[in-house]
Design a protein around this ligand. Sequence first.
Ligand code: FAD
Length: 379
Amino acid sequence: MPRADVVVVGAGIAGVMTALELARRGQRVELIDRWEPGHPRASSTDYNRIIRAISGRDEFYTRWAMESRLRWMEMQAEVGQKLYYECGTLILATEGHCTWEDATAETFDKVGVPYHKFSKADVAARFPQFDASSIGYALFEPQSGMVMAHRAVLAGVELFKRSAGTVRRGRVTTDADERLHLDGKPLEADLIVVATGPWMADMYPRTVKPISQIVGINVLYTSTPDGSTAFDHDHMPCWIDHGEGSFGLPSVEGFGVKAAVVIPDKIDLDNDERFARRETVVRTRRYIKKRLPGLVGEKVVDSKFNQIILTPDTHFIVDWHPKHDNVLLAGGCSGHLFKHGPVFGDFVAGVGVKDYGTADRFTIAGRRKLSPKESPSGR
Ligand SMILES: Cc1cc2nc3c(=O)[nH]c(=O)nc-3n(C[C@H](O)[C@H](O)[C@H](O)COP(=O)(O)OP(=O)(O)OC[C@H]3O[C@@H](n4cnc5c(N)ncnc54)[C@H](O)[C@@H]3O)c2cc1C
């Protein structure tokens, strides 16, 4: 596509990485957001996000995650800021709840992702922070870890500006025909990428809302024991504990341990105050007692209350609007988009400039719920 006027709406990780890749392809790009990039209502906020190839039997996301890991490291070198900590990720496969974990091991063998299969005794010896007595086995993926989410969004914006991109504040709205407007006028450009994360459902009541659900998630950070480094990222991996509906990240840069118990909650994206929920405190403490006994008695030192937009099959959305042929919708995060940010942005940019079409899995039509064995997220 010759040099064109491009607008990207939404400066979360999906929009920022797409805008950056479009600018690098020589397009004239403006990135618009309602609030300052990095703001705490966005899904892409918070200190950190897990990056791991673990995706059940889904080879597509497994490969994307492997590629993204390299891109995050490149971006870190380019911007000269710490964006990625390779602390590894441990999947705890609870007895009677191992379908997704079994499928992941098969995919790793096929795709060539390095991993170790640990028995309970191995986990106890290698990572004594975890009480592994209730697990069947664990998979450890060493080439994985955490991306510093908030910093990565800002780093992406910085690189975008260096590539001659411009950033603007504004709220883009849609009319009854799902046509875009800004400041009371139609929003016009050769290409408009809409990457408004969970807000996309209300902006597109006919196109996106029917295939999406907005889920609020409250996570807590817990202090580490006085005088101990055991729960720091250089001694402890990230972990996924589907059997307990939980995942977590070790302490990094002093933020504390993020032991997240997923309690799907309602959320009003614009109006809710982002306080910790009482139920989360109770259930996180119960989880810590069972799985991380060394943290019993430690205190909640921080919390985040954010949201995901969930599609029925947990696949992302990268598709043209059915009526407005210059509008490309990019998002549908389903709780696992952050890690793929660099590859996702590159892919969306290529679809946007018509280098190739989108992937079947990303189209709006034909969505269906997958079984936990088929699903990339195990949900
Ligand atoms: C608790 C939690 C834990 C997670 N853990 C992980 C993890 O470990 N690994 C992982 O890969 N992913 C994880 N995710 C998912 C990941 O954070 C999201 O997939 C990702 O951040 C989605 O980014 P996005 O750019 O699509 O949306 P957002 O970050 O929400 O960005 C959308 C942007 O659009 C802007 N916007 C909205 N409406 C308008 C409008 N009308 N006009 C202008 N701008 C607008 C918003 O202000 C916002 O900045 C997690 C999510 C949550 C909530």
